[in-house]
Every structure is written in C-alpha cells, then in structure tokens.
Design a protein around this ligand. Sequence first.
Ligand code: SIN
Length: 280
Amino acid sequence: MSASIDIQPVAGALGAEISGIDLSGDLSNAEFDAVHQAFLDHQVIFFRDQHDLQPDAHKAFASRFGSLNVHPYVAGMESHPEILEIIKEPDEKLNFGGGWHSDMSFLEEPALGSILHAIEVPPYGGDTLFASQTAAYEALSPGMKAMLEDLTAIHSASREYSSKGASAQARQSMQAQQADDAPEYEHPVVRTHPETGRKGLYINPAFTLRFKDMTTRESRPLLEYLFAHSREERFTCRFRWSKGAVAFWDNRCCWHYALNDYQGFRRHMRRVTVNGDRPV
Ligand code: SIN
C-alpha cells in the first residue's frame, strides 16, 4: 500500500474515511488495490476534497470496478447518461433516496456499488446513513438464519416507480419515469458476497415486494421485522458531507438513506453506479 494512504474507520459496523488519494488522477495498481481492499473491508468508503473529479474522471474511477449502469427509470446527464444528477432544490419537499435501500435490486443483476460526489451541500443536514447487511445477518439467531437460508424474495421497481411511488413523483430537478409494469426478479434473502464470501441479508425496503411462493400479506410481517432489524443503530454509520466529498458504497452488502433535513437549501450530488452480478 502507498505510504501516504490512511484509512480510518468511522463506526463499528461499517464505513471508513480514506485520505491520501486523488480520485481524479490515474490510480497506480497499488493505490487501486488499497482502495479496493478498503471497500471490501469497510463496505462504504469516504474521501474528502475531490474537487477535481470531473464527470469523465468520475466514470473512469468507477470503470475500474466494472461496467457502468444507465438507470432505466431516471434520466442521467445529457452528455453523460451514466451519471445521475441527484439534486434537491431549496423549495422541493421530496428527496431522492430518502428511505433505506440498496441501489437497483430491481434488476436481474443488481448494482455492485455506487459512487456519489458532492457538488453542492447545504450548510447543515443532508447526511447519508449506511447500514451493514452482513452485520445485520450475523446478529440474527441460528434459528432465524436457518429459516431465511432457503427463502427467495421478489424484487421490482414497480411499486417505488409506480405512479404513486416516491421515486417517480414529479420533481423539478430530476426526471424519473413511472414503471408500473416493471419486471420482477428473484434474489436469495441471504446473499453470499461474491468477493468476500461473507453472508448478508439481501432484502430491500424500496424494491422487495414479497417472498417467493407467498402473498404480499403473508410476507409483510417477516419483511417488516427484517427491515426494522437491518437498520438498527448498531449496524449503521453516518456521513457528514462536505463539498467535494465522495462516498463509494457496496450495494451487495449495505443499505443507505439520504436524510431530508435541510429544507430551504440546495443539495447537488452526482452518482455513478457500477453494474454487478446475479446474487447467489
Ligand atoms: C442515493 O440513494 O443514491 C442518494 C444518496 C444521497 O443522496 O445521499
């Protein structure tokens, strides 16, 4: 590892802040390996003062982890369709990502990770919370783990991006389409991380509709229990943004939540999402 890279955990369950890296430059193989290992070890990593991270460099860094996603329901930048401009204007009430979720579990091959760059931040508030789904899984009883092992969940964008869904409601600053007829995909409730081999819960308050072979009503009590368990404080960390900061989270093993507590101020972020593989 390069001698100048420093990695400081921010909480017990997940999250680390990395200094000594300029993401806008060509990372050496040693620097890339250190960042990659920190990403696997900490599930979400943070960098400050990445003021030179222009869209091309943002995409170039993300591309080192995989191919880039073009969101099927939310329009990206005109010149960079792989970059979502996540903007909340001072007079807007809704915020994108304002509920616990991982990104894009409504795809057959959901996102590996998302890299969010702060362009403009409010003077206070607008933090993002993260929750480790491996820590949540590991804290379950042996009986609950055994029961969940064979369960499959149905994921779809159909509810969140429906005409009534929070992610598709009209906004001034982001164009999101309605997707009432979005496809459904099956994913295991307990997912083995393809790189670390760690098991974690893989359900999603935004996109999990029900368990396979069960009705929505039958599924709801267990899903609600797991959703509440998975966001317990002991599994979380919190990132206070500053202009130029970057967060890179692993959607295969953590959730995130964008807080909506800065009414009257503008917040502008850019997100690049790296495609992942089929959960097993
Ligand atoms: C997201 O859910 O991708 C947005 C997170 C944030 O804006 O903090």
